[in-house]
Structure formats: structure tokens, C-alpha cells
Design a protein around this ligand. Structure first.
Ligand code: FES
Length: 81
């Protein structure tokens, strides 16, 4: 199971972590990979400058927002499955 850590630290929280969690959940369902990935809330990942941060494996994804999430999901999650 691949863990997707989504930062819910204060900065990311203000930039919309909750929406990002929702978006990830939607994409996971849409791709029918519920049994392959899991969403985990994370503390500050240390890169709070732009958008919401997340981490998949050792890779940090910076600057997530509702317009780039689909593309990032493909790149960081679907590519690993
Ligand atoms: S609050 Fe999210 S990376 Fe710092």
C-alpha cells in the first residue's frame, strides 16, 4: 500500500488541505485503487511556501491545488502502482 501523506500543518491547512484530501479521495475512487493507496494526515513537511504539500514515498510534492492535483496524482501516484 502506498501512503500519501497530506500536510495538515497550519500553513497548508489555510491553503486548503481539506480540499486536497477530498480531491485525492475522489481520484482514488475514480481510478479504483482504493486497496492500493492510503491517505494519511501529516504534520508540517517543511515546505510551506506555495500551496499544499504532500509526500508520496520519499518525494515531496509542493504547491498542490485543485487545478494541478489531477496531473500530480498521475505523476506521483499512478506511476508507482
Ligand atoms: S504547513 Fe504544510 S508544509 Fe508546512
Amino acid at each position: 500500500v502506498i501512503q500519501i501523506y497530506i500536510c495538515v500543518g497550519s500553513s497548508c491547512h489555510l491553503k486548503g488541505s481539506y480540499q486536497i484530501v477530498k480531491d485525492f479521495e475522489r481520484l482514488i475512487k475514480k481510478n479504483k485503487i482504493e486497496d492500493k493507496v492510503e491517505i494519511v494526515a501529516s504534520f508540517c513537511l517543511g515546505c510551506c511556501t506555495n500551496g499544499v504539500s504532500a509526500k508520496v514515498g520519499d518525494e515531496i510534492i509542493e504547491g498542490l491545488n485543485s487545478s494541478n492535483i489531477e496531473e500530480k496524482f498521475k505523476e506521483y501516484v499512478l506511476e508507482r502502482i
